[in-house]
Structure formats: C-alpha cells, structure tokens
Design a protein around this ligand. Structure first.
Ligand SMILES: [Zn+2]
Length: 374
C-alpha cells in the first residue's frame, strides 16, 4: 500500500494542536481549532450542548464525511482534553525525533496525536481523491474525567457499528480489546462532635468508624478480575475534638461488571456495619465511569485492523487494559469498538513523548482503515 505522507505537515499540525491549552472542561480553544480544520475539509459537523449540564466550555463534536464506497460506515474518535498540567504547553522536537513538553506540563499527545491522525488522514484522502466509505468522527470532551463527554453523547445519531478510538499507548499496531468496569465511590461518615478532654464519651467518632471499616476491607487485588482501592481520606476539625465527619474516596475495577458491583456492596456493608456499631450514619455515592467490555478477536472491527497492519507491515498487538476510555461508552451503547495506540509513551506524566515517525505511521493506518474494502 503506497501512502506518501508529508511528515512536516503532520508534525506542524501536531505541534500547533499540542500548543493549545486543553484541560478537561476547558476545551473551547481546542474545539474551535478542530472545527477550523473540519471547515477546511468541507466536513459538516455539529457540537452538542451537553457541557451546559456537566460544566465546561465545549461539547462533543460530531462530523460526517460522506464517501462513495458502498460499505457500512465506520467511526473514528479522539478526545479534546488532556490531563493537568495542560496549560502553557510548549512542545519541543528533539534532534533524535522525540517530541516532548518543556518539562513543566504534559505534552498532550494523549490525545492530540489521535486528533492529528484523524484530521491528516482526512486531508490526505481529500487531496488525493481517494475512494472511501462514509466516515463518522466524534471528538469528545472531558474524557480524562472518566468519560464525561462520551457519557453525554447522542448515540442515536451514530450510524456506524465499528468504532476506532485513538487513545492508547505503545507502538502503532497495539490496540485494546478488553477493558474493565471502573466504579468510583465516596462514603461520608457522620458522627457527633464532643470535647475530646471533657466529654469524649458524648461523641461519635467518625474517623474510628472509617478506620474500622477500612481495616476490615479487602484492598488491592481482591481476585484475578477485581481491584479495590481507598485512595483519599479526610476529616476531623481539630486535635481536641471528637471528629463528627470523615470522607473516604476510592475505586473498584473489574473485567466482570457484576463482580465490580458485588465488591461495591461488600465495602458499603462494612461502612454501614461500623457506623451502626458506634451510632454514626453514612451517606454513600458512586459513579460508574466505565463499563467492562471484551471484543472478540474475530470481530470485523479487529479483522479490518489486522489487514491494515499486514498491508503496512505494522505489528498486530492485541492487549487487555485495566484502564478505561471513551470506548467503554461506545461498546456500552452497542458499538463494536477497539482502542488504537496513538504512539504516545508515558502519558499522564511530564515525561510524556511521541515521535514524528509514529505520527506518520498512525496517520497511514487511519487512511488505510478509511479506504479499506472490508
Ligand atoms: Zn487519552
């Protein structure tokens, strides 16, 4: 397959997008820039207003790029936000080809590499008049806050069954086909304050309730498919006061959705039991940020990608991930989706990097998917 890409232009697009401030729920500038590209490409698009409910400055962008091939449409997706620190980014190209930030922010290749590849692939197809199928695009906001944007996406609008989310790490050819349910939880323990020296027996010790529940909880890898973590604790008003208040936050991950819910029940019971024992009460809340999925390696969405890898001499590397992405929401809504590596390394750190060669390889693979005959 002969795809001649202009590396300089891809690099230019990446560097200009990676210079835009894009913290989660503050993606306006990034959304505007992506829309500018879509207008240049002559692509109809719309932006939803779900951010007016979730907070934020930009919505999910949906675009349809009509094609002439009589094949089912396919959808490509990337997210507009980057994890903090994502303001004042200054991408820097090193002599060895690595692209990094200046060390004070993330690079934001997560997920600007994905946005770049989608836009540059469309530009190549457009310029070279390559026959292709109908292509749908979705650019989501606040993915880094456990898929807030894709949770509020209008799935009824989407025509594609097969979805490629560009949002993973490693060499091009790597893709995720299995991902867990991720549930975040919070327990607020209400006790009763009292003077710690004069009348400690009048108080209900919220921190003691929390400590007893946490000590009884099974944390870490509970079994082969489930992890439980308590990651934050806060409470108390002063060292001479029986604490009447304590908040505990944590998360559960499981490849088996029902097992995740079971663990949530278990840990909730421990907090309730401890609270009852000492005369306190608890308020609990939880959010399912991601829903577990596994896409069979024989599914057309994967077979198509396997063919592309073969044509482009890329490795074909299926992986299971214990992390989530927008793809959890796509699959939850009936899509057959996988998460492709964008070539980034060390995402969510100041040491994040990518190379221009990987951006080119990624863009080629997206062009090959958009123009494929299967
Ligand atoms: Zn990402």
């Amino acid at each position: 397959m002969d795809i001649q890409l202009n590396k300089e232009r891809i690099l230019h697009t990446f560097l200009s997008l990676a210079s835009i401030d894009n913290p989660s729920l503050n993606e306006r500038a990034m959304a505007d820039e992506v829309q500018k590209h879509l207008i240049e490409l002559g692509t109809a698009f719309l932006e939803d207003d779900s951010y007016t409910k979730t907070g934020g400055t930009a919505g999910n962008i949906y675009a349809l790029y009509p094609g002439e091939k009589d094949l089912p449409p396919i959808l490509f997706s990337a997210h507009l936000d980057s994890v903090d620190p994502a303001e004042g980014k200054r991408p820097f190209v090193h002599p060895d080809g690595r692209i990094t930030s200046d060390g004070t922010t993330v690079l934001g290749a997560d997920d600007v590499a994905g946005i770049t590849a989608i836009l540059e692939a469309l530009r190549y197809i457009n310029t070279n008049h390559l026959p292709h199928r109908h292509i749908e695009l979705v650019f989501t906001y606040a993915e880094e806050l456990y898929d807030v944007g894709s949770e509020h996406l209008n799935y009824r609008r989407l025509k594609s069954k097969d979805v490629y989310v560009l949002d993973s790490t490693g060499e091009i050819g790597t893709f995720i086909h299995k991902s867990p349910t991720i549930i975040s939880f919070e327990f607020e323990i209400c006790g009763l304050s009292a003077h710690a020296g004069f009348h400690p027996e009048d108080g209900v010790h919220a921190i003691k309730i929390a400590a007893e529940a946490i000590a009884a909880a099974k944390l870490g890898k509970v079994d082969e498919s489930v992890t439980v973590n308590i990651g934050e604790i806060s409470g108390g008003r002063g060292i001479n006061v029986i604490p009447d208040h304590c908040i505990i936050r944590g998360e559960i991950r499981s490849y088996v959705h029902e097992r995740g819910l079971e663990e949530l029940e278990n840990i909730t019971r421990l907090f309730q039991t401890a609270a009852t024992k000492y005369g306190g009460t608890i308020k609990s809340s939880q959010r399912e940020g991601c829903h577990a999925y596994e896409i069979d390696l024989d599914a057309p969405v994967i077979k198509r990608f396997e063919n592309v890898c073969e044509k482009l001499s890329l490795p074909f590397l299926p992986v299971k991930s214990f992390g989530g992405s927008d793809n959890n929401n796509f699959v939850k809504h009936g899509k057959s989706g996988i998460v492709l590596s964008c070539g980034m390394e060390n995402p969510h750190s100041l040491q994040e990097f990518i190379t221009a060669d990987r951006l080119v390889a990624l863009t080629k693979s997206i062009i090959a998917l958009m123009t494929s005959d299967d």
